[in-house]
Design a protein around this ligand. Structure first.
Ligand SMILES: [Fe+2]
Length: 359
């Protein structure tokens, strides 16, 4: 049985309309006119399936690189706006995405804010992100966390431009009216700990003996791709493929076992060459970034028409809430996809739903 709307439209009469006009002056409005739009039988989002080609973004970013410095821009970023949510700096209803460029020799100056940020390195090697007094060196495919209110700056001492995807919970913080931000009076924050310190303390299945508390963000703030990729490669030998996901892992906070960030879930998934997934849908609209391989994803839309994304490495595409998606890796190449969503929020609020069937 298909779910139905919980109420049918009400009749419009001159008396009712006069009543609505009268109460409007008192900032009152009848629920029966908006109930069906507010409490829908299924998720009904303005967010649309969409995709961006990295080659296009890259060319525009380099153009932006000659127009404005990272310092003047604070962050030289092009925002990926969902076509159904233009003008709102949103890639989904509650998530933000942008591509950031730091040119050789530049520094994106130190600041901090309540918004959480993830970085997924798309192209370039040897730049750094500094978080709370520690630098981490950025390599392609690395997943790096900037926790809420952590000082962070980015610098590029290499001789190549570096591009990464920024994923932030900006719309969530905006919705909650909980934004605070401040700027440090120097571009680069003082470095107080050696490179790799957090990884040694928290990323080796060990914790400092007196470590207390969990915290919402993982203290491991760089998940290097080399290690992630190696884990996927070793797991594939078990030949244990999920029909909907291939081989999909979530990044975790080693202290709590929860998602690595409080508001955003992050995932990495291997689709071996020629693998086609079954249809899957979930309530967390998801942003995908292939970092290896080629393929296509077929997203079912409410109108019944499929939205097909032919993706290459570094492209970005978005699957809205409760839209079925199937992924196919090219016949001649394995594919690896990074993705992120608001799943921790939905799980905490007992709202998360998924459906791996075709019904
Ligand atoms: Fe920032």
């Amino acid at each position: 049985m298909q779910p139905q709307a919980i109420m049918q439209p009400t009749a419009d009469t001159p008396e009712r309309r006069a009543f609505y006009t009268k109460i409007d002056k008192q900032n009152l409005t009848p629920l029966w006119l908006s109930l069906a739009e507010l409490v829908t039988p299924e998720p009904r989002s303005a967010c649309r399936p969409a995709s961006w080609r990295f080659d296009d973004i890259r060319a525009y970013m380099l153009e932006a690189g000659s127009l404005i410095t990272a310092k003047e821009a604070e962050r030289r970023v092009l925002v990926l706006e969902n076509p159904g949510l233009r003008g709102q700096s949103k890639i989904t209803t509650d998530m933000y995405a942008g591509v950031q460029l730091v040119m050789p020799g530049e520094v994106a100056p130190a600041h901090r804010h309540t918004q959480s940020a993830l970085r997924f390195v798309l192209e370039g090697e040897g730049a750094y992100t500094a978080v709370n007094g520690e630098r981490t060196i950025m390599h392609e495919g690395d997943f790096i966390i900037t926790p809420p209110m952590a000082w962070h700056d980015h610098g590029n001492p290499s001789d190549e431009p570096i591009f990464w995807l920024d994923g932030l919970d900006i719309p969530v913080v905006q919705f909650l009216d909980a934004s605070f931000a401040e700027h440090l009076d120097v571009d680069e924050q003082p470095i107080t700990r050696p490179v790799g310190d957090s990884d040694a303390r928290y990323g080796a299945n060990l914790l400092p003996v007196d470590h207390k508390g969990g915290g919402g963000s993982s203290p491991v703030f760089n998940y290097p791709y080399a290690r992630t990729r190696d884990a996927l490669e070793r797991m594939r030998r078990a030949d244990d493929w999920d029909p909907c996901h291939g081989l999909k892992m979530r990044y975790t906070n080693p202290i709590t076992g929860n998602h690595a960030m409080a508001t955003m879930a992050t995932f990495i998934q291997l689709l071996p060459k020629g693998f086609s997934t079954s249809a899957y849908r979930s309530t967390d609209a998801t942003v995908f970034v292939p970092i290896e391989g080629r393929g296509r994803s077929v997203i079912s839309t409410r109108s019944g028409e499929d939205f097909v994304v032919e993706w290459n490495k570094r492209d970005v595409f978005v699957v809205p809430s409760w839209h079925r998606v199937r992924h196919e890796a090219a016949e001649d190449e394995d594919a690896v996809l990074f993705s992120y969503s608001d799943r921790p929020i939905q799980e905490a609020l007992y709202l998360f739903r998924e459906d791996g069937g075709n019904a």
